[in-house]
Design a binder for this molecule. Structure first.
Ligand code: PLP
Length: 375
């Protein structure tokens, strides 16, 4: 491993050890130490290397901007975090915990990049046992003899929720390494490490950053012997495969994280209101909403072409891929050839932003009426 700050170096987990509410923690976490004249924000260091014999040595293994974000996210999830170049970079590093030829138990529908990566893992000789995300008994049965459990809850875009506590407890009993993609729930709704998960992965691109201006990922492991050993392997993967983040992107992500509490509160309230209204809309055949969070999906009362017309007709909602930004986004996921066929062709994924809910509603209502009226 390259010299420099080791992953095993102590990083304090502030959120656990203070009685602060999470909104307060988010504002203060990962700041430089307060002393006379100290800056309020961690500096962005545009440097590839450091003079010898200090805490940091070469910027591929670590740098102070990353450490600030990692400290903040580590505390939020209740563990030790690493920043990666993208969500997929983090997912690749976590999936590397299972050796070639191993067996992974995973939901039969996940974020399509993860789904594709698992397919590549199978092509290389690995085995993936796929279970429906809500089929707890199916997971319990599949875990025997598995090497790695992969969960995503809620799933993107079907919004299926897995009984994390039950499935993770069984994985732990059997010694199966478990990974949870916590991108959609965020640590504000779900903290899988507290339920026994070994690794949490995030697309930091989404809610944690929140402004659709960076692509980043993260892994978090518990601060235990087992967690630190896994974290060391993930750290080694990041350093040696080299999928690392630029310092400016991480600075922006940390700035975005400051307002996660406010953004998620507003977006979640908007999503709950829209889910209730959409359930009564003549243009909507089914609403998929897990009951909390800022994401939902609808199946329009029409075919794929009708769903496409709805996306084309919105003015406030941004027709685009991705999610978790301050702006509301709408997309028909099956327009991507890589999307699993279990996702209905007329399904629209809605990432609800922080705009005024009445503007979101009137725009969506009009787009649904226009899009479906042309049938
Ligand atoms: C977007 C997303 C990813 C991939 O993250 P990138 O930052 O785009 O690489 C992984 N998992 C989920 C659930 C996502 O929504």
């Amino acid at each position: 491993m390259a010299a420099g700050r080791s992953y095993a170096d102590p990083v304090s987990v502030e959120h656990e050890s203070t009685s602060q509410h999470v909104e307060t923690y988010l504002v203060s976490a990962g700041r430089p130490e307060r002393r006379a004249g100290s800056p309020v924000n961690t500096a962005v260091e545009f440097t590839s290397t450091y003079a010898a014999d200090g805490d940091v040595s070469y910027a591929r293994s670590g740098n102070p901007t990353w450490s600030s974000f990692e400290q903040a996210l580590g505390g939020l999830e209740g563990g030790r975090a690493l920043i990666h170049a993208s969500g997929m970079g983090a997912i690749s590093a976590a999936l590397s915990l299972v050796g070639a030829g191993g067996t992974v138990v995973a939901p039969d529908q996940t974020y399509n990049g993860t789904y594709d990566l698992m397919r590549a893992f199978e092509e290389a000789g690995g085995t993936v046992v796929r279970v429906h995300a809500t089929d707890t008994a199916g997971f319990l049965a599949a875990l025997d003899g598995a090497d790695l459990l992969w969960l995503e809850s809620p799933t993107n875009p079907l919004m299926d929720v897995t009984e994390l506590d039950v499935v993770l407890a069984r994985a732990r009993e059997l010694g199966v390494t478990s990974v949870v993609d916590n991108t959609l729930a965020t640590p504000l709704l779900s903290r899988p490490l507290t339920l026994g998960a070994d690794v949490v992965v995030h697309s930091v691109t989404k809610y944690l950053s929140g402004h659709s201006d960076v692509v980043l990922g993260a892994t978090v492991v518990p601060d235990t012997d087992r967690g630190r050993a896994l974290g060391e392997r993930v750290f080694r993967h990041r350093t040696l495969h080299g999928a690392i983040a630029g310092p400016m992107e991480v600075f922006l992500a940390l700035r975005g994280l400051r307002t996660l509490g406010l953004r998620f509160e507003r977006a979640s309230a908007n999503a709950a209101e829209l889910a209730a209204r959409l359930a009564d809309h003549a243009g909507v055949a089914r609403v998929r909403y897990p009951g909390s969070g800022a994401m939902l999906a609808i199946e329009v009362a029409g075919d794929a072409a009708a769903a496409d017309r709805v996306c084309d007709a919105t003015r406030v909602w941004l027709h685009s891929t991705s999610l978790g930004g301050v702006e509301s986004q709408i997309e028909r996921r099956r327009r991507h050839p890589s999307e699993p066929e279990s996702v209905p062709v007329n399904l629209l994924r809605l990432s609800v932003g922080i705009e005024h809910v009445e503007d979101l509603w009137s725009d969506l209502d009009a787009a649904l009426t226009r899009g479906l009226g042309q049938d």
